[in-house]
Design a protein around this ligand. Structure first.
Ligand code: DC
Length: 220
């Protein structure tokens, strides 16, 4: 059975994870963090010592990595990697392996399987354009690169990192470029998506705004 789907896409640091999690909570839908699956895939590739530039080799690792996502915890072959996948190194690596069609293919069925179990709010880069093109509601969250880098920098520093703002901004711009220009499933505003720019909004304001859009569309 195919349940209702709300998709929330956008670039790194746009605030989409926080928004998607809260919207899912309010609706009583499952929250599907597709980036966490790409991150778990990157960790598996890293640990297997596969070449991140070799799409087929990466996909082989990913298909056999036993990636699972349940109640917000991500595991690889039964080992909880929820915190480990949030490192700066895995952020870059996940975007590098995500350019390969075989890797994206390897994660597609897994992502779609969640909608067979329950209604969901899916968050990522291509959830409205590729993974769930027939989703009932599609949202695209954006913010300026500087604001997104400021948010990411604050988050990393609060976790004990001493990384500079400039490095975070440079890496984020590089990641944006890669995510938006790859030949398969690039980051795009999906057709019929409602665009919300969060640069000058507080998170509470964004959540109210997105919730209203979602509730209105689901009621249609
Ligand atoms: O949302 P995030 O920062 O956790 O995602 C990490 C990387 O995974 C991102 O740079 C690109 C990739 N990704 C993707 O290609 N498609 C998705 N739907 C989600 C993430």
């Amino acid at each position: 059975m195919k349940h209702k789907a709300v998709t929330i896409d956008g670039p790194a640091g746009s605030g989409k994870s926080t928004i998607a999690r809260q919207v899912a909570d309010r609706l009583g839908f499952v929250y599907l963090d597709t980036g966490a699956l790409y991150r778990a895939a990157a960790l598996a590739v890293d640990e297997a010592g596969a070449d991140p530039a070799d799409g087929k080799a990466c996909a082989d690792v990913v298909r056999h990595a036993g990636i699972e996502l349940e109640r917000g915890r991500v595991s690889v072959r039964g080992r909880d990697v929820t915190e480990a996948i949030r490192s700066h190194r895995i952020s870059s690596l996940s975007s590098r392996i995500a350019v390969h069609p075989p890797v994206r293919d390897a994660l597609l069925d897994l992502q779609r399987s969640f909608r067979e179990k329950s209604p969901l709010v899916a968050e990522g880069r291509d959830t409205g354009s590729v993974v769930f093109p027939d989703a009932e509601v599609k949202i695209y969250i954006d913010a300026s690169a500087q604001e997104r880098a400021r948010r990411r920098h604050r988050e990393l520093v609060s976790k004990g990192s001493d990384i500079s703002y400039e490095k975070v901004l440079n890496d984020l711009k590089e990641r944006d470029q890669r995510d938006a220009t790859r030949s398969i499933a690039p980051l795009v505003v999906p057709q019929h998506a409602v665009v919300v720019d969060t640069t000058h909004l507080r998170i509470g304001e964004v959540i109210s705004k997105v919730l209203k859009v979602v509730q209105d569309k689901l009621a249609d």
